[in-house]
Design a protein around this ligand. Structure first.
Ligand code: PEP
Ligand code: MG
Length: 943
């Protein structure tokens, strides 16, 4: 380990010459810029800021992320020049402030070495506590504190953390010794261990390190410090941190490298006048404005976060340490009014003195984010704009998580703490690797652990929810699950997990891997089996927030809905109309499909009309209901789009059915013959009556079915297309079989006429799919005009409706000026337009080569999910500009899947679209995204 740069820094610090100014890598808390999180990391910047606003933070300094990046870039793994000198200087500052000396055997200073990048990544990187202890300073600490037990406790923690993090000694080696001593001493809780026990643990830990690394545990405190700094820097490139950044799309622009915070140690485990805790300025589960936190008396911070002991609610401190509780409340108020954001902070009470060890913006679930946004704006802590911008639109999707059906009768198996809301069912798994394995193979799993650790993160990603038997609402499991929006029940103490046997015992019951359970993160209950769930309802706060969003947004938000029920639902999500009603979905209902099949099988126009006349009243009724539900909002009905073979079974299905029918016919004929023979033999009586299909009538029916299926098979052959998605569909179909489109137009306009006559203010819009040529539109328009005139005449009214086209073909984009002359609106069908622009089949690309394209960085995003602004977007821009050149008042929207995706919505706003349309549950997301797009206008003027 000993290079010239690692010797005792106090002696070796090279002089800084004037000619070669050395970069500043180290910043004291008193001087660092609290706003510069990129340079100092979130934790470091906040420690600087808190120090500078007068909060009681232990003295310390930050080593910048720049130092981390140049260290990681350096092939021989030495810290950049100047870092160690600056560290030494700043250590001297801490010594001055605390009156203790680093490495001094009489009056030792101990420090913590903590990671912290620009974005909070809870538990993903490493931290070392109590650094500066060795056999000599340990004696000094004992003399200083007069508390031998505490000192050995600090020592064993340091050896374990340093050994694990900095020297890569497997944690199990330490845990085994720890458990062994506990068992021998007959104690259950760590605080039951005596000084002697802790001394034994420390000594055995030192031996483990020596055995594992082949070297004695480093005694030189400066060497300890240097190794620790490097270990924290290295943890930025550790698997856990890399996985986390990948999962949450944390780019180098958002966070690049970790800073290191070196802070004078304060101890929450110095006796019963000491404590340590974690708190939120508001409840992170519900958002309620109440002080929310947990603490442990006589413990170190890691005990709370790791969930090793179950902590007490912060309110209990009013009884145990009333004065400190008051100070803590003061701290809470100061933090929130300074940061104007809910804070998640760590505190330690050392012998009656309160210290704030870190603060960061509280990670909350969507429910809490919405409530705090609205309440903080009402309290005038933040503006309405800030309230809207606080929430990422995607977060609102969490609010659409299902809850358990309150009518279920199941008795809970166990109860823990409701640590992250939402309900989930799945198969139990007891370690993160199994969760990943089963999760990846398509199983829904619940990760059940005694407690979770950061290295379990891949198991979280693969699970529907998390259940732990130890730890509180601020334990690792709870914090991470909340951040991910996954349900979590923590600290369900009745559950005893046995990872080796892959089972858990709850009282008499045993849960094996693969058994189904349901957890309710809202109540903390755990149930056996799968319990039905119900859709969530909108809170008043969410309604308020989205109302503020609508006031700001320029884009209107419509829903894609095909039935009166889904229209009603979309309305409850705040849809301002229906942007896409796919009429073919109305054809698929079981009572309608046979009529649709008749229509397809028809050989003549007359036969087709017979079937269509049956469909007409059914479609009309649907339209009437949808128009009425949405009145007076617009409802855009798209005329039939898919190739008609989609309503028929596949060739394989039909062949199989025919084989069965022919077998059945043989059997039925055989049985019928048998009954006839029995009759001849006078062996037939009432009890042996032949039921259908085992009689002549049955055989006849089977024959008819065979004829029908053969006809269908022939039709399937006739309709066969190599490339159906580019084939006989949309307007092409409508022009080949005008009677289909005419029936639909008649159904829409008659429905509108009846509504108008009943004084319901309805706004139908007729939309033609797959158009590539203005003449197609003129010909469909001619059907519309003819039907309109007839209905107006029959009803003596003037119909009000719009006529428009989808834009989902490349030619439609580049001839938009011509198309616009024929219509009042355009609606981008970006599912097909993406397919057409890339020439990627929308049916197959996502399963075939898109994952590889993402992996190889050929395409950063899946273009069917996130609008390809560079390609598809350019075509859209042409279409909008050219379309509005000929028809300035042209209404333009989008109804492909991208209409509910926030980045794509921002782009649509920039293009000047009138509306976006998306599936019902995404409407709230789109409303907020539309507001964000408007509010971010000045930032996004690049278009
Ligand atoms: C589209 O193509 O974007 C669209 C909305 O139509 P569909 O997905 O029904 O083809
Ligand atoms: Mg389409």
């Amino acid at each position: 380990m000993s290079t010239p740069d690692t010797l005792d820094l106090r002696k070796e610090a090279p002089p800084v010459t004037k000619e070669k100014p050395v970069k500043k890598f180290v910043f004291a808390f008193k001087e660092g810029d609290g706003k510069n999180k990129q340079l100092l990391g979130g934790k470091g910047a906040n420690l600087c800021e808190m120090t500078q606003i007068g909060l009681n933070v232990p003295p310390g300094f930050v080593i910048s992320t720049e130092a981390c990046l140049s260290y990681l870039a350096n092939a021989n793994h030495s810290l950049p020049g100047g870092v160690l000198t600056q560290v030494t200087e700043h250590m001297q500052e801490i010594e001055k402030a605390t009156g203790k000396i680093f490495g001094d055997p009489k009056n030792p200073l101990l420090v913590s070495v903590r990671s912290g990048s620009a974005l909070s990544m809870p538990g993903m990187m490493d931290t070392i506590l109590n650094l500066g202890l060795n056999q000599q300073t340990l004696k000094g600490l004992i003399a200083q504190t007069g508390n031998e037990r505490f000192c050995y406790d600090a020592y064993r923690r340091f050896i374990q953390l340093f050994g694990k993090v900095a020297l890569s000694v497997p944690d199990e080696k330490f845990e085994k010794i720890f458990e062994d001593v506990k068992r021998k001493a007959g104690v259950k809780l760590d605080i039951g261990l005596s000084t002697e026990n802790l001394r034994e643990i420390s000594e055995r830990f030192l031996l483990v390190v020596k055995e594992y690394t082949g070297q004695p545990f480093p005694a030189d405190v400066f060497q300890q410090l240097e190794i620790a700094i490097k270990a924290v820097f290295n943890s930025w490139m550790g698997k856990r941190a890399i996985d986390y950044r990948r999962e949450f799309n944390i780019t180098p622009q958002m966070a690049n490298g970790t800073a290191v915070n070196v802070v004078a140690m304060v101890f929450g485990n110095m006796g019963n006048d000491s404590a340590t805790g974690v708190a939120f300025t508001r409840d992170p589960g519900t958002g309620e404005n109440i002080f929310f936190g947990e603490y442990l008396v006589n413990a170190q911070g890691e005990d709370v976060v790791a969930g090793i002991r179950t902590p007490k609610a912060v309110l209990q401190l009013t009884e145990e340490m009333p004065d400190l509780y008051r100070q803590l409340e003061e701290l809470r108020d100061k933090l929130e009014s300074h940061y104007k954001e809910v804070q998640d902070f760590e505190f330690t009470i050392e012998k009656g003195v309160l210290y704030c060890l870190q603060t960061r913006n509280g990670k909350m679930n969507a429910t809490a984010m919405v409530r705090t946004s609205v309440e903080m704006a009402k309290e005038k802590l933040i503006s309405k704009t800030e309230a809207l911008l606080r929430l990422k639109p995607e977060m609102l999707e969490q609010l659409l998580h299902p809850r358990l059906d309150s009518f279920h009768k199941s008795e809970p198996l166990a109860q823990g703490l409701p640590a992250s809301p939402g309900a989930a069912s799945g198969q139990c798994v007891f370690d993160a690797d199994r969760a990943e394995l089963l999760g990846r193979s398509g199983h829904k799993v619940i990760l059940v652990r005694e407690e979770t650790k950061p290295e379990d993160i891949h198991g979280f990603f693969a699970s529907q929810g998390i259940l732990t038997s130890r730890g509180g609402k601020t334990s690792h499991a709870a914090v991470v699950a909340r951040g991910m929006g996954k349900p979590c029940v923590a600290g369900a103490e009745g559950i005893h997990v046995d990872v080796k046997l892959r089972q858990a015992k709850i009282g008499e019951r045993t849960l094996h891997e693969g058994d189904y359970i349901t957890i309710d993160g809202g109540t903390g209950y755990v149930y056996q089996g799968v319990i039905p769930t119900v859709e969530p309802t909108f809170s008043d706060e969410l309604k308020t927030l989205l109302q503020w969003a609508d006031e700001v947004a320029q884009l209107k938000v419509m829903a894609n809905a095909d039935t009166p029920e889904s229209a009603q639902k979309a309305l409850s999500y705040g849809a301002m109309g229906i942007g896409l009603c796919r009429t073919e979905r109305m054809f698929n209902a079981p009572d309608r499909l046979p009529i649709v099949v008749e229509m397809i099988l028809a050989n003549t126009e007359e036969e087709r009309l017979t079937a269509l006349n049956q469909l007409l009243p059914i479609q009309k009724q649907d339209f009437k209901e949808i128009l009425t539900v949405m009145a007076p909002r617009p409802v855009t009905v798209r005329l039939l789009d898919p190739p008609i073979h989609e309503f028929l079974p596949t060739e394989d299905e039909l062949r199989e059915e025919l084989v069965h029918l022919r077998h059945l016919k043989d059997t039925a004929s055989g049985v019928t013959n048998l009954f006839n023979s029995l009759r001849l033999l006078h062996a037939y009586d009432e009890h042996t009556k032949a039921e259908l299909p085992f009689n002549e009538k049955g055989v006849e029916l089977i024959d008819q079915a065979i004829v029908k299926k053969e006809l269908m098979l022939k039709k399937v052959h006739d309709l066969f297309e190599v490339n159906p998605m580019l084939g006989h569909r949309g307007v092409r179909l409508g022009l080949t079989y005008p009677e289909i489109y005419k029936m639909q137009i008649q159904a829409i306009l008659e429905a509108a006429a009846e509504c108008q006559k009943a004084k319901v203010d309805v706004r139908p819009e007729i939309m033609v799919p797959q158009v590539c040529n203005a003449e197609e539109l003129r010909q469909v328009r001619a059907y519309v005009d003819e039907i309109k005139q007839k209905i107006e005449k029959e009803n003596g009214i003037k119909l009000t409706f719009k006529f428009g086209t989808m834009i989902e073909v490349v030619r439609a984009c580049v001839t938009a000026d011509e198309l616009a002359k024929e219509v009042e609106f355009f609606s981008f069908g970006t599912n097909d337009l993406t397919q057409a622009t890339f020439s990627f089949s929308r049916e197959d690309a996502e399963n075939k080569f898109l994952p590889l394209y993402a992996e190889k960085n050929i395409l950063h995003d899946n273009p069917f999910e996130i609008l390809d602004t560079n390609g598809v977007g350019k075509l859209m821009r042409f279409a909008v500009e050219w379309g509005r050149k000929t028809t300035p008042e042209l209404k333009v929207g989008i109804c492909g899947e991208h209409g509910g995706q926030p980045d794509s919505i921002r782009f649509c706003h920039q293009l000047g679209l009138t509306y976006v349309s998306c599936s019902g549950p995404r409407v709230p997301v789109a409303r907020l995204a539309a507001a964000h797009a408007k509010l971010g206008e000045s930032k996004n003027s690049s278009l």
